[in-house]
Design a protein around this ligand. Sequence first.
Ligand code: XMP
Length: 510
Amino acid sequence: MTTEQILILDFGSQYTQLIARRVRELNVYCEIHPYNHIPPISHDVKGVILSGSPCSVRDDDAPMVHLAAFRHKMPLLGVCYGAQLMAHTSGGEVQPSAIREYGRAKLGTLNTQNTLLKGLEANTQVWMSHADTITSVPDNFQIIASTESVQVAAFQVENEPTYGIQFHPEVTHSTQGKMLLKNFVVDICGCSQNWTAESFVETTIADLKEKIGNDKVVMALSGGVDSSVAATLVHRAIGQNLYCIFVDNGLLRKDEFESVLESYQHLGLNIKGVDAKDQFYKALEGLTDPEAKRKAIGRTFIEVFDQEAHLIEGVDWLGQGTIYPDVIESVSVKGPSATIKSHHNVGGLPDFMKLKVVEPLNTLFKDEVRTVGKTLGLPDAILKRHPFPGPGLAIRILGDITAEKVHILQEVDALYINGLKKYGLYDQVWQAGAILLPIQSVGVMGDERTYERVVALRAVTSVDGMTADWAHLPYEFLADISNEIINRVKGVNRVVYDISSKPPATIEWE
Ligand code: XMP
């Protein structure tokens, strides 16, 4: 597939992914690569953005790139550290800031005749986050914007499409940052803004057809957004040669197996539901340590999946719903070694399966996957489903797992989730679930003293699951749902609500 694109060189800034998000929101495809692992530059690359960094260009081991490889060949935009790097390597000076600038600043002086700043308003707010400042620039660097305390807030190298900005246009606090990025990618780089969900679907299906041909693909589905969208794309490309497997590990939500299976069948997928509950319960018997439970579940899943995959004759490919954040190589701040994040959801391909891997979503962010899913006509029940961990209820039952505990938690969880939907709260929280605690508490029902289980309810708001806040659910809802749970689920006499944020807590309890 040839798609015009912007290359983002990552120097380790916390905001690098945001630059990519903003560029893609302009319907321009872009890829992030570590500054020390630059791919061969094809004709599709229309411009390069150099990210920020927690490092200083004055450090002996500061991350560097050979800018001559790009300059004069294509437009360049340095953001924060990227701008300092350009100035520093061209004979300018970068010094520790007299006043450290973190937070909001105003571009008091700006040259709106310059294409990069076209349309920006005087005193437009920008977001600064730097300990170093460019204190002087070479003669051929034209200063095009300043703030009260930073003279070189933006520059252009004369007669070249090479630009640097000290602030971060990618964060929303830079109120016209998106306009600046648009000026760069559209007007300066000449990108045509034709990368849309529709064009992604069309080219991906064509690519998959060509890549897979008449081969067979096997894929495990989980009911989640990523695997469902990935499978639908592969299905559109190769039809019944895609064999989907959906495993009931006995740790799913109440009725989830049946309802998800039905919606997959409705989508026309060639899907087989496999009831492996007993196998999983057996593997989990007596295990209490969360990691031991995760490992047992991962191992059992591979056994079941491998067995099922071997029933299909002549399979060559394994389809996976891997998404972009799982594959972006993150630049480690200490030293140039680049590490690849391990995949959270899929235990990885066991070597003995020897299948080629196809991952149609490995260039998309989560919200882009949802948009593609919508374009493909997937139902909201799949697209808007809360994230659910691979090990399922096993990590929401603290301590050992038994079928009876799973049953209790499924009942509680179903009342809770349905309640959230009934009150119109489900779409407002990022993830919610119930946790069965390994303790009992005293209660009184009628005239009788009870000594029964305690459940905790958890609901969080989040953007990506990396950080999260506890959701401030209305008291009336919590009161109703607590009543309903205690009245309807036998064996539970107390409900508590988790008010911990992440960090320092995590979303799951195990
Ligand atoms: P934590 O608990 O780390 O969770 O704040 C962040 C997100 O990851 C999910 N999670 C998992 N997903 N396998 C998964 O597939 C796991 O072992 C696992 N542990 C946590 C969690 O539900 C949340 O969405």
